[in-house]
Design a protein around this ligand. Structure first.
Ligand code: AHG
Ligand code: MN
Ligand code: MN
Length: 335
């Protein structure tokens, strides 16, 4: 018997919210098609000329890989036609992306990281797509930046696709976190993880230790603490780092633990670290809190951060609640 498809799941959730018009279900259905197209290309990468660089530099001042571009255009072109969006924002594009006049507009904003973990593309390690959905808050049909610069706590939905040993979709609309696995033979995402809950405390820490000398002293103290041996507090923790946020986060979501990308002083242009608030930290923070975890900048709950600009970066400590709260204590000098 084939399990529940993600569309069935979306329709059940839609029925649970009386005011639902089906617009959101339509939006997510289109996004799922885009993810299947990207997943197929990711699985072919290496066989066709989709690896390597485009020669362009993006807003993040990073060289753009062909698969980044492919994923970005696949989502933009498909979602623009969905009729459910008034604007989009992509990690790969400097400004808000308007919906062209020829397509009907809707009341949602889609913010996304089309391909997360780009440095893993050529080495066949897991990569993913992250998305965040807000409702339009400004009057009139045209979207403005204010519609995108909303706090994470205002998200209508958030999720990610992970193109790994299998392709998975994990999402929340605010009533729990659900995971679906793509069955290649069927081309359907089937429910595989019902109501995911992250362990209160983990045994895994994920951080790029190569940046150790560029962290704040209190962050160094916290990571050193995790590595000390102490049976009573079940230390040392195990270190796991894949280098793709989605994959590191997904492992910690299922097994427990903390992922960190602290502010590092190596690059003065990025005093708040590398990860983006709107298309990486906020969507994953929504998911982790729905699963019983927590996400912080070290000083502030990620979902409470008031965005000031589209590509704003934040330090990120995310995962098991107890581990992230402990990180905050160290970072704030309370420990
Ligand atoms: P993206 O590929 O979307 O730019 O994201 C890469 C991010 C994130 O996926 C990962 O956690 C982090 O970069 C890894 O950075 P380092 O290589 O500096 O550890
Ligand atoms: Mn990313
Ligand atoms: Mn990316």
């Amino acid at each position: 018997m084939v399990g529940m498809t993600v569309i069935e799941h979306l329709l059940i959730k839609q029925k649970e919210s009386p005011e639902a018009t089906g617009a959101f279900t339509r939006l997510l259905t289109e996004l799922i098609v885009a993810a299947k197209v990207i997943s197929r290309e990711v699985n072919r990468a290496g066989l066709v000329d989709i690896l390597g660089y485009t020669g362009r530099i993006n807003i993040q001042e990073e060289r753009v890989r062909k698969l980044d571009d492919f994923a970005n255009h696949t989502i933009m072109e498909r979602m623009e036609k969905s009729g459910q969006l008034c604007a989009m924002a992509s990690e790969e594009d400097p400004d808000l992306i308007e919906i062209s006049k020829e397509y009907p507009k809707g009341n949602y904003i889609l913010i996304f990281d089309p391909l997360d973990g780009s440095s893993n593309i050529d080495v066949n390690a897991s990569i993913g797509t992250i998305f965040s959905i807000h409702r339009k808050v400004t009057p009139g049909e045209e979207a403005t930046l204010a519609d995108a610069l909303q706090k994470g706590s205002k998200q209508v939905a958030a999720g990610y696709f992970i193109y790994g040993s299998s392709t998975m979709m994990v999402y929340t609309t605010g009533s729990g976190v659900y995971g679906f696995t793509l069955f290649p033979g069927l081309g359907e995402f089937l429910l595989s993880h019902e109501d995911i809950k992250i362990p209160e405390r983990g045994k895994i820490y994920s951080v790029n230790e190569g940046n150790y000398n560029y962290w704040d002293e209190n962050v160094r103290r916290f990571v050193d603490y995790l590595k000390e041996s102490d049976k009573a507090t079940k230390r040392p923790y195990t270190s796991r780092y894949i280098g793709a946020l989605v994959a590191d986060f997904h492992r910690n979501l299922l097994k427990g633990g903390i992922f960190m990308y602290p502010a590092d002083t190596k690059d003065p242009k990025k005093p708040h670290g590398k990860l983006r608030l709107l298309c990486e930290a906020a969507p994953l923070a929504f998911i982790v809190e729905q699963a019983g975890g927590y996400a912080s900048t070290g000083y502030e709950r990620i979902l409470d951060v008031e965005p000031q600009e589209l590509h704003q970066r934040v330090p990120l400590f995310i995962g098991s609640r107890e581990d992230v709260l402990l990180a905050e204590e160290f970072i704030q000098g309370k420990r």
